[in-house]
Every structure is written in C-alpha cells, then in structure tokens.
Design a protein around this ligand. Structure first.
Ligand SMILES: NC(=O)c1ccc[n+]([C@@H]2O[C@H](COP(=O)([O-])OP(=O)(O)OC[C@H]3O[C@@H](n4cnc5c(N)ncnc54)[C@H](OP(=O)(O)O)[C@@H]3O)[C@@H](O)[C@H]2O)c1
Length: 333
C-alpha cells in the first residue's frame, strides 16, 4: 500500500499529530509549521528560503491540513488530492484556480453548536435588555424596566444550514415560533423544529414576521449585501437583527442607519464587513447593539475536536469513501 503524505500547515499539538499518525501505518505526516504556519500567516516570511523549503514539501503532499492554504497551492502542490481546513467558512481562500482544480476541500461544518449557543445568548440578551443593564452598571444607575419574554416570539432564520438547524431546535425549547429560508427552499418544504419554510423569493415576508432575524449565511457572491436598506425597512420596528454568518451579507452602513434611526430595535453581531471592526465604525457607539469579536465559533479544545473530524475523514479517504463536510466549490460553501 502506498504511503499517503499528509502535510500539516497550521500548528497542532503532539497529541493531535499522534492521533493522525495512528489512523494508519500508511500515513506519513510532515509538519511544515516551522517554515510556514497558516495560523500566524502574517508573522512568517513567505519568500526566499522559506518559500523554496515549503515548495519542496508541497510538491509531495497528497493531503494538506491547516487553517487556510498557502498561496498558489494548486500549482505548488501537483499531487494534492484533498485540503482539509480548520474552518467552517472557505470564502477567505476559495479562488478560481482552486474551484477549477480537482482538489477536494472539506471544512469543519457541523462542529459549531457554539455558534448556535451564541445566537441564543444574543436573543436572550437583546430581549432582556442586557446592553441597557451593562451601561447602567457602568454608570452605577438603578433603572427598572420591562424586559421582553421570548416565549411566543418568532425567529426568522436566513440560511437554514447546519448552524441554523441547531438554532431552530434551541429556539423551540424556548417556546418560540421558527420561520426559515435557505437557498434551495421551495414553498411547502418542511424541516424539524421549523414551523414554516419560505422560498428565498419570499424573504421579505419572512423579514416582516420575525421578532428576531438571524443571518447565518456563508460569504458568496449571492449573499453579498443581502441585508440592506430595503430588508431592514421590511423588519418590524421592534425586531432585532443577529448576524452569525459572514459580514459580507450585511450592508453595514444601512444597518447603522436602521439602528440609529429606529427602523429596528437592536442587533447582535459576531461578523462584520471589515474585521477587526475599525475604530471609526459607527457600530461601536450604538447603545442597542451587542458586538462580539467573531468568537462565536471558537471554543476551548477546538483543536482536539477538529482533529477528531480530520482523522475520521482521513480514515474515509484511505478507504475510498466519500469525505464528510465536502465543500461544494461552485456554490462556495
Ligand atoms: N461567527 C462564527 O464564528 C462562525 C462560525 C462558523 C460558521 N460561520 C459562518 O456560518 C456559515 C454557515 O455555517 P453552516 O455550518 O450552517 O453552513 P451550511 O450548513 O453550509 O449552511 C449554509 C446555509 O446557507 C444557505 N445559503 C447559502 N447561500 C444562500 C443564499 N444565496 N441565499 C439563501 N441561503 C443561502 C444554504 O442553503 P442550502 O441549504 O439551500 O444550500 C445553507 O442552508 C458558514 O459559511 C460560516 O461563514 C460563522
């Protein structure tokens, strides 16, 4: 049996490396992170000697495992069959060359219950007036008010994928009504924990019905600025907008106007047009917004969890089985 060269390009600990090697005696693991570490892409010099050394390792790799591919991976790794990213989204690196190549891409989708948990915490914090309380705590002010109850309210999920489905289940546990849509949605579609699925052509109807509108969309040309002035104006004045997907889906200028002019009641954000959110962004000073620094997908032990998924996929790869979490490169997610 031929050895399979697995090139690791983002640092992982020794236990993770051992787990990969233990998958099969055929695995020949090469750690390239002393040359180039895709976790710390900006701290490494991808030129001169580093580049030549990396070229040699790439030339032989059949499988690459890391956060994002090195530049020009397709031409530099002619034997490459499969790239496994540490991430859920592939928008940062999916270029034309990679789309056209036969290289399979798999992501870490399905691991992100934590994003759904953050969504629920946003729903609860916004409805319970947490931003108001945090502000008053800072000022040592005792102001009583009427928090909202989420029971009986409606969430509208835009992007009913792996994360959206977990959100739907959690919202049901709080007695909420769940409406949703996704790219492929057709009238009459059904899904567990979802009361009604709307085709995308009826997005505006869904927006007008939600007390919480959640975007959990990937970044693709089709999702670009899906939420703009028209969409925010369709939402209820009392509704909250939550973005857990990608920042490209939101026209931030329109969102800032929606929030400051009262078209909607508030927002909870974990993804932005530009990250880190620039200091001059109008979002920082809005009292009705909760800002998370794109951390909802992070968790302790992440490395161990993704390594388990990679090893399971590696086993499938060695046995010629279909890989889990295959990215549809044409769709971009
Ligand atoms: N904030 C974070 O830290 C964090 C962490 C993990 C992931 N994310 C983001 O969340 C996204 C979703 O993750 P996931 O695991 O749930 O992905 P997923 O299972 O691939 O689901 C994506 C969903 O978006 C829908 N969609 C795609 N393009 C669309 C369009 N143009 N119009 C309407 N719906 C569209 C898809 O519709 P179909 O089902 O019809 O294809 C699918 O339901 C990821 O792509 C990533 O960008 C963020």
């Amino acid at each position: 049996m031929n050895p399979v060269k697995v090139l690791v390009i983002s640092s992982i600990d020794e236990a993770c490396k051992k787990e990969i090697i233990d998958v099969s005696p055929r695995i020949h693991l090469v750690d390239a992170t002393h040359i180039w570490d895709a976790r710390h892409i900006l701290t490494r010099d991808e030129s001169g000697a580093y580049s030549r050394e990396l070229d040699l390792l790439l030339a032989d790799a059949e499988v690459i495992y890391g956060r994002r591919p090195p530049p020009n991976m397709v031409s530099r790794a002619p034997k490459l069959k499969w790239f496994q990213t540490f991430l859920a989204g592939v928008d940062h690196f999916l270029d034309e060359e990679l789309i056209r190549s036969p290289i399979k891409i798999t992501n870490m989708g399905g691991l992100h219950t934590c994003v759904a948990e953050t969504t629920l915490s946003m729903i609860l914090m916004l409805s319970k007036g947490a931003p108001f309380c945090f502000e008053n705590k800072r000022k040592k002010k005792w102001v009583r008010y009427d928090p909202l109850s989420v029971e009986g309210s409606t969430v509208g999920i835009v992007g009913l994928g792996k994360i959206g489905k977990i959100v739907a289940r959690l919202c049901k546990a709080f007695g909420m009504k769940v409406f949703a849509t996704r790219r492929s949605a057709k009238a009459g579609d059904t899904a567990r924990y979802v009361d009604k699925i709307f085709p995308m052509s009826n997005l505006e109807v869904l927006l007008s019905k939600g007390d919480f509108i959640l975007s959990v969309l990937p970044s693709t040309p089709d999702t670009d600025k899906m939420f703009g002035e028209k969409e925010f104006r369709r939402m209820k004045k009392s509704a909250f907008f939550i973005n857990m997907g990608r920042g490209n889906a939101v026209d931030e200028e329109a969102l800032i106007r929606a929030l400051s002019e009262g078209w909607i009641a508030g927002a909870g954000l974990d993804a932005y047009e530009k990250e880190p959110l620039p200091p001059e962004s109008g979002l920082w000073d809005l009292p009705n917004v909760i800002l998370f620094p794109h951390v909802s997908g992070k968790m302790k032990n992440y490395e161990r969890l993704i390594n388990r998924i990679f090893c399971e996929n590696l086993e499938r790869y060695l046995h010629g089985k279909r890989l889990k979490n295959l990215v549809n490169k044409k769709k971009g997610y």
